[in-house]
Write a protein that binds this ligand. Sequence first.
Ligand code: SAM
Ligand code: SF4
Length: 371
Amino acid sequence: MTVFVDSDRLSETRCCDRSCPTEGLPMTTHSRSDWTIAQVEEIFNTPLLDLIAQAQQIHRLYHDPHIVRVNQLISIKTGGCPEDCAYCSQSVHNDSGVRPKPLMSTAEVVAIATRARDNGASRVCLGAAWREVRDNRQFERVLDIVAEVTALGVEVCCTLGMLTAEQANRLDQAGLYAYNHNIDTSPEYYETIITTRTYQERIDTIEHLRGTNITLCCGGIIGMGESMADRIAFLHALATMEPHPDSVPINVLSKVEGTPLGDQPDVPIDETVRVIATARILMPHSVVRLAAGRHLLSFSDQALCFMAGVNSIFSSENNFMLTEAVPCTDHRSDRHLLETLGLRAKVPAGATPPSKVPVSIRTSDGATLPV
Ligand code: SAM
Ligand code: SF4
């Protein structure tokens, strides 16, 4: 299926009055959550250059195409995680050589976050290698950290494992902007990758977050041996969330020696771009973030990803994401990348939920498909 943007049905409505990702650009303001698997499959299988062109059209309607959100991860508690996620360098089930480190002090996190902000990061993501949050002094410290890092003027995201509704509320009260909780892959493939928790437990935490003001960051990983049908089902699961995740990280597996996925084949660039472009079309408002695995992509591969709708990246000060086992490019080289492509790093922003104005795409056979 070839899809065309039906611009006749677009409305020029501001999406929000806060500093939104479009910086006040006219916005199309409705997106749908009732995609069928067959529709996702049709979009996913569009000839690649058509798919990229259509994703770029959608991208320009909903976002300022020159703005990229730069995030930096900080591992506030490293390693020793009891979960058995097959890709992860921090699981006790995997022999990755990552040395566990206890929860950082508030001062330590604030110092790193301040440098991240000064290096151009508009969001700081605090990761803890926990199965779930416990109601203890460590959680109290995380709440302090959230409040202090928020006061630096950056968006704060946490990824701490499973949460109860009560814990989600407490993070909200501390001022947390976003929570990352990835579904990682299709519901069907999930238990091949993780056996110590269920897909439904992931959804339960997402539901607990929905009762708060915290925005949802939710995506996954490609390159873990999943089929194309799994990638379609993964994108379908995200695109049928109501509302869509505010941000959607697409990780390309960063192969870690000592993990069960350490010798997976590389993901060809056309497959990465196809997943990104489909995500952009299905979830037009969402920030699509090219996350782990970007260090393996050439300059031109990354340019293709931006063309396909990426508008956020992770950057780092030490060339790794959460642990040394997962590399990440640094702020200096990323500034050069963005500058060369005529892109600018976004300074802190927030998006309010869009109001409902119908938008549709037209298929090559003349049918209209609301998005
Ligand atoms: N304990 C938290 C949890 O599971 O939600 C921590 C999150 S984990 C470090 C954050 C995400 O990073 C994972 O959900 C996964 O999508 C991604 N990730 C971790 N290791 C990765 C790897 N080797 N390659 C690609 N993505 C990875
Ligand atoms: Fe633990 Fe998160 Fe790594 Fe899974 S991804 S092993 S839950 S730190």
